[in-house]
Write a protein that binds this ligand. Structure first.
Ligand code: GRF
Length: 203
């Protein structure tokens, strides 16, 4: 499968996906990495793996629809099977989301539907949650509300800080994102009637 990965920052999830492709754990190729920020460290990771990169600076566009239209055109040029958001920190317009519906995947650092949006680790700690996690989900027009594909769960430890919890969540993400993509690529799960539909009948 052809993957186009969108990033804004560190790109550790991108790294995990590239490693899984290279190790043939994932039957896929990252055909392009697109960042809206020129200083995203993930661009260096991609270059080191000899994967083509593109910077599309949202600040050079008049408005959000303008940026999204250019982004969508770039993505279409790569002809990807899946568009993988990996720490891409831009809200996407409904028009963009509809264009890639069912092929547009995100990872979010919480057990959705809990804690959409930012500062998820601090919010989980403040709420005294015993468990926290990360969710790979189909992207739909409402932010962080698309149907979950795979969730990873871990115990919150008594002495956890935002930083320690965040670090463990990141490690979990690096496992579940390639796993979820593998399931998608194998056709074991797809987007159907606004749900993640498992072809083996699981819920
Ligand atoms: C991850 O925590 C992901 O869940 C969130 O953004 C972060 C990206 O981290 N959407 P990285 O750039 O992959 O290291």
């Amino acid at each position: 499968a052809r993957l186009c990965v969108l990033i804004s920052g560190s790109g550790s999830n991108l790294q995990a996906i590239m490693d899984a492709c290279r190790g043939h754990i994932l039957n896929a190729t990252v055909v392009q990495v697109i960042s809206n920020r020129a200083d995203a460290h993930g661009l260096i990771r991609a270059q080191q793996a000899q994967i083509p990169t593109e910077v599309l600076n949202h600040k050079t566009f008049a408005d959000r629809p303008g940026f999204d239209a250019a982004l969508a055109d770039h993505i279409d040029q790569c002809n990807p099977d899946f568009v993988v958001l990996a720490g891409f920190m831009r809200i996407l317009t409904p028009g963009f989301v509809e264009r890639f519906l069912g092929r547009l995947i995100n990872i979010h650092p919480s057990l959705l539907p809990k804690y959409p949006g930012l500062d998820t680790h601090a919010r989980a700690l403040a709420a005294g949650d015993q468990e926290h996690g990360a969710t790979v989900h189909f992207v739909t027009p409402t932010v962080d509300a698309g149907p979950p594909i795979v969730q990873g769960i871990l115990d919150v430890l008594p002495d956890d800080s935002v930083d320690t919890l965040k670090a463990r969540i990141h490690q979990l993400e690096h496992v579940i994102y390639p796993h979820a993509l593998d399931q998608l690529i194998k056709g074991n799960v797809c987007y159907r009637q606004q749900k993640a539909y498992w072809t083996d009948g699981r819920e």
